[in-house]
Design a protein around this ligand. Structure first.
Ligand code: BJW
Length: 234
């Protein structure tokens, strides 16, 4: 590794999985153009209409199972293997395409689509099939309490202490395929800058927070991420 950087934090968003066929949220044909996020991505929406929320996540779970990682996921797994310093890949994505490519130093800050959580007993376990209100928890046996193990608006993202420690120490912060609309992830670039880290945006087009980045590359993730990784490792 010839790079001058020693401590790397990468943040990924829906754009890195777009070319794998998983919809983004805020692009023209994104999920939020078809669904009201208040109905499907808040605890209040789930309380109002759990059936709608289960249907939304059941469909996305099936799409995910059929999807394949793309060259951008593979490039980040390669980067992790070759990197000699501290490395943390923080993803806002609930898909498992990073781990299927081999990423291991990975944190799902918005949870995981292929896991369900019981709000009665707290049990969390893998789930690859459809669930509904009648599905009983495999641990406590009681139906009606299962929900996707994801982070909705108004809920605390996962792993924040580990993320804060990594941002505190990083000298390179790279943000890939995220619109910069959702906090706290949207604030990471400002935190990295305060620590005098070099900041890089890789996206199809400039994000909401593009002006905060010191460097940017624009284009499809499957092209610009492998190219950037090759540069870093050269
Ligand atoms: C490509 C591409 C290609 C396309 N190649 N690129 C401060 C100010 C204001 C509000 C708040 C604030 N702090 C908190 C809030 C409230 C709220 C919030 O941010 N609201 C905003 C709407 C303003 N945040 C929360 O409630 C969060 N919780 C919280 O803050 O707790 C309190 C707390 C935290 C920490 C410390 C102290 C207190 C929780 C947010 C949960 C978000 N959940 C979702 C759903 C997850 C489950 C699911 O998937 O269903 O997470 S919403 C959705 O948005 C999902 C995503 O992870 C997230 C981000 O979206 P992302 O990834 O950026 O996707 P898009 O579609 O927006 O962008 C795609 C990008 O890809 C675009 O830029 C394209 O250009 C690009 N692209 N094709 C490269 N081929």
């Amino acid at each position: 590794m010839a790079t001058k950087y020693r401590s790397l934090v990468i943040l990924t968003g829906a754009g890195i999985s777009a070319e794998s066929g998983l919809g983004t949220f805020r692009d023209k044909d994104g999920l939020w153009s078809k669904y009201d996020l208040r109905d499907v991505a808040t605890p209040e929406g789930f309380a109002r209409n759990p059936g709608l929320v289960h249907d939304f996540y059941n469909a996305r779970r099936q799409n995910l199972i059929a999807a394949q990682p793309n060259a951008a996921h593979a490039a980040l797994a390669l980067l992790e293997r070759e990197w000699r310093g501290d490395f943390l890949l923080v993803t806002q994505n609930v898909d498992d395409l990073h781990e299927r490519s081999g990423s291991a130093k990975l944190l799902h800050m918005h949870g995981e689509l292929l896991k369900i959580r019981c709000e009665n007993c707290g049990d969390i376990r893998p789930c690859h099939q459809a669930i509904d209100l009648a599905t009983a928890c495999s641990a406590c046996g009681i139906p009606g309490y299962l929900r996707p193990d994801v982070v909705w608006f108004g809920e605390m993202p996962m792993g924040m202490e580990r993320i804060e420690r990594a941002l505190d120490a990083c000298d390179l912060f790279v943000s890939i395929g995220t619109s910069g609309n959702v906090y706290p992830a949207a604030g990471f670039v400002a935190e990295a800058r305060r620590r005098r880290a070099h900041t890089v945006e890789l996206n199809l087009e400039p994000s909401e927070s593009h002006s905060l980045f010191a460097e940017a590359r624009y284009g499809p993730a499957s092209e610009i991420v492998p190219a950037y990784v090759q540069e870093l490792l050269a």
